[in-house]
Ligand binder design. Structure first.
Ligand SMILES: C[S@@+](CC[C@H](N)C(=O)[O-])C[C@H]1O[C@@H](n2cnc3c(N)ncnc32)[C@H](O)[C@@H]1O
Length: 270
């Protein structure tokens, strides 16, 4: 595990191939899934019993495990990631969940998938597509592996639609603008519908889901943005410290409120 390169033009991908230990730990916490809420969180992926599913950009593997649980017996999940540390962690998470028979974790070097044309029923990408260097090329690859009638589901943010109380609208924008080089497409949520249609998918549907956070569960997302902003020299350390202090005080006082809408976009291969 080491730090990402400092070339900002390719940082959106590089910072996943090489991840800093503190960010790895933050994601390992942030992406844990409480089994009590798994159905509500991942039910919209729509996994059917016995399906073969690709979890594209699987991270630490919590999603893959829950997809296998939701699909039940006979469901096969192929979890794929560009980051070797997440792949290693995902294999441990899958083992601890005793889902080795259902979930296989694959390390990939790029957006090409190690699966045959038309070989899978469903592909799910959770919070990944804002980082890929070439969205249309990646969608073409995800569609390639789907069987005719198979389904692509993505859930993603759109960083133009974020509410963080007690910060001002302009301060939220300031944070995300400072972090912008970390994303290839920070507004991917709104872009996906047309990107799917251009990729040849049919029956494209969009839902926007919001679960308000009043406890500070999503505080880690802002921490990542502040970390990117200071690393890039687009936000001073002093400003980040001030913002952190206000957010932490709001969490302690019960005044924190954050909404990070997730854009659920699905489409079928003709
Ligand atoms: C924000 S994390 C989401 C992890 C996981 N989907 C979840 O929600 O728990 C983004 C993940 O996508 C992976 N990723 C980024 N670019 C990728 C690419 N081009 N191909 C495959 N995985 C990628 C990262 O390594 C990281 O694990």
């Amino acid at each position: 595990m080491s730090g990402a390169t400092d070339d900002l033009s390719t940082y959106h991908k590089d910072h996943w191939v090489e991840i800093e230990p503190d960010r790895f730990e933050r994601y390992d916490q942030l992406f844990r899934i409480d089994p009590r809420f798994a159905e509500r969180m991942l039910g919209p992926v729509g996994v059917q019993p016995g399906e073969t599913v690709v979890d594209f950009g699987c991270g630490p593997g919590y999603v893959a495990v829950e997809l296998a649980r939701l699909g039940g017996p006979g469901t096969t999940v192929h979890a794929v990631d560009v980051n070797a540390d997440f792949v290693e962690r995902a294999r441990v998470v899958v083992g601890e969940a005793q889902k080795d028979d259902a979930v296989t974790v694959h390390h990939v070097a790029d957006e090409r998938l190690p699966f045959a044309d038309g070989s899978v029923d469903r592909v799910y990408a959770k919070n990944v597509l804002e980082y890929v260097p070439d969205l249309s090329g990646t969608l073409a690859e995800l569609v390639r592996v789907l069987r005719p009638g198979g389904t692509l589901v993505a859930s993603d943010s759109d960083f133009g639609f974020v509410v963080v109380e007690p910060l001002d609208v302009s301060e939220v924008r300031e944070i995300f603008e400072a972090a912008a080089p970390a994303f290839k497409e920070p507004n991917v949520g709104r872009k996906l519908r047309n990107a799917y249609r251009r990729a040849g998918l049919v029956d494209v549907k969009v839902d926007v889901a919001v679960t308000p956070d009043t406890r500070g569960t999503l505080r880690g997302v802002i921490e990542n943005m502040l970390g990117y902003g200071t690393k890039f020299g687009r936000m001073s350390d002093a400003r980040a410290v001030e913002l952190r202090g206000r957010l932490d005080a709001a969490i302690a006082d019960g005044d924190f409120f954050m909404a990070l809408p997730q854009w659920w976009v699905r489409g079928s291969k003709a």
